[in-house]
Design a protein around this ligand. Structure first.
Ligand SMILES: C[S@@+](CC[C@H](N)C(=O)[O-])C[C@H]1O[C@@H](n2cnc3c(N)ncnc32)[C@H](O)[C@@H]1O
Length: 276
C-alpha cells in the first residue's frame, strides 16, 4: 500500500493516447462508443433538470470528457468543466472538443485538489465510474476535502452525483482466498486484445487492489496499471456528504433508479443536493 498515492494518480497515464489510434475512423468509432456509454448517466442528470433548462456541469475524473459532450449533444448543457489528471486523456478530450467546436466546455489537466473553488461553480458536479473510490488511498482526508470543495462551489439547489462500484462480487470472490484472476477478451475496436485482472481485497482496510495488464493487439508487450479503491457503504457515504452540508441523499443501484440493495447491488449511484 506504500505506493498507492502515486499509483492512483498515474493509473491512467497513456490511456486514450491519440498516437495509438490507427486512423481518424478509429478515433471516431471510439468517440461514438464513449458517447453511447454515457446515455444512462445523461438521462439520470436530465431527470434532475427542469424541463428546457440548461445546466453547468463539473465532471471530476472526466477522462475523454465524453459525459460533457454527451450532455451537449442532448441539449442540456450550458457550460461544462472536465477535470482530468492524465495528460493523454486530457489531450484526447481537447482534440475532440476542438473538432466539434465546443467553446462552452473547458478541459483542465489538473489534480482535483489543485482546482480553485471558483472554478467549481455550477449546477451539477459528477464523479462517476468509481473515481471517488481512488481518493482515499492518495490521502485519507482527500475525499472529505473534495466534498467540501464541491459543496462550496455548487450553486444553491445544485446536485452532487457519485457513481461507483460496491465491489460486492470482488469482495465475495476474495473472501476465501488471497485474491482472484480474471481474463477478459476485449472487443476488436480495442487496441488491446486481452485484459488480465488480479484483484485483492484487504478486509481490515476495506481497500480493493486491482492490477490490470492489457496485451497489445498489433505488437508484443503489455501495458499495466494498479489502482487502490476504497469500498464505501451507503451509510458511510451518507455521513460524509451530510457532514459537509448536502441534503436529500438518495441511493440507487443504477442510472435507471433501481432501488439499492446492500446484499445485491454491485454499483451505487448517490444523488444529493445543496439546499436552495
Ligand atoms: C474511471 S476513470 C473515469 C473516466 C471517465 N468518466 C470517462 O468515461 O472517460 C477515472 C479518471 O479519474 C482520473 N483521476 C483520478 N484521480 C484524479 C485526480 N486526483 N484529479 C483529477 N482526475 C483524477 C483518472 O486519471 C481517470 O481518467
Amino acid at each position: 500500500m506504500a505506493n498507492s498515492l502515486t499509483q492512483n494518480l498515474k493509473a491512467y497515464d497513456g490511456v486514450e493516447d491519440l498516437s495509438t489510434f490507427s486512423s481518424q475512423e478509429a478515433v471516431e468509432k471510439y468517440r461514438t462508443e464513449r458517447l453511447e456509454a454515457m446515455a444512462g448517466a445523461v438521462s439520470f442528470l436530465e431527470k434532475r433538470v427542469e424541463r428546457g433548462a440548461l445546466i453547468s456541469v463539473i465532471d471530476i475524473g472526466s477522462g475523454s470528457s465524453c459525459l460533457l459532450y454527451a450532455c451537449k449533444k442532448k441539449g442540456i448543457l450550458l457550460h461544462g468543466v472536465g477535470i482530468e489528471i492524465s495528460k493523454s486523456r486530457h489531450d484526447f478530450a481537447e482534440q475532440w472538443r476542438c473538432d466539434e467546436g465546443y467553446s462552452s466546455i473547458e478541459n483542465l489537466n489538473l489534480n482535483i485538489t489543485d482546482v480553485p473553488v471558483s472554478t467549481m461553480n455550477g449546477d451539477m458536479c459528477t464523479i462517476l465510474d468509481s473515481t471517488f473510490t481512488y481518493f482515499h488511498s492518495v490521502d485519507p482526508s482527500m475525499p472529505e476535502q473534495i466534498l467540501q470543495q464541491i459543496f462550496q462551489g455548487l450553486n444553491c439547489g445544485g446536485w452532487l452525483i457519485l457513481e461507483m462500484s460496491t465491489f460486492l462480487d470482488a469482495r465475495r470472490s476474495c473472501q476465501d482466498s488471497q485474491g482472484y484472476y480474471k481474463w477478459v477478451e476485449l472487443p476488436k475496436s480495442n487496441k488491446y486484445s486481452y485484459a488480465l485482472y488480479k484483484v485483492d481485497y484487504s478486509k481490515n482496510r476495506n481497500i480493493i487492489c486491482s492490477e490490470s495488464r492489457y496485451l497489445y493487439r498489433s505488437q508484443s508487450g503489455e501495458s499495466k496499471k494498479i489502482e487502490y479503491s476504497k469500498v464505501y457503504s451507503t451509510s458511510e457515504l451518507k455521513k460524509m456528504v451530510c457532514g459537509v452540508g448536502f441534503t436529500n441523499v438518495v441511493f440507487y443501484s443504477d442510472y435507471q433508479e433501481t432501488s439499492f440493495d446492500e446484499k445485491k447491488s454491485n454499483r451505487l449511484v448517490l444523488a444529493c443536493q445543496k439546499r436552495k
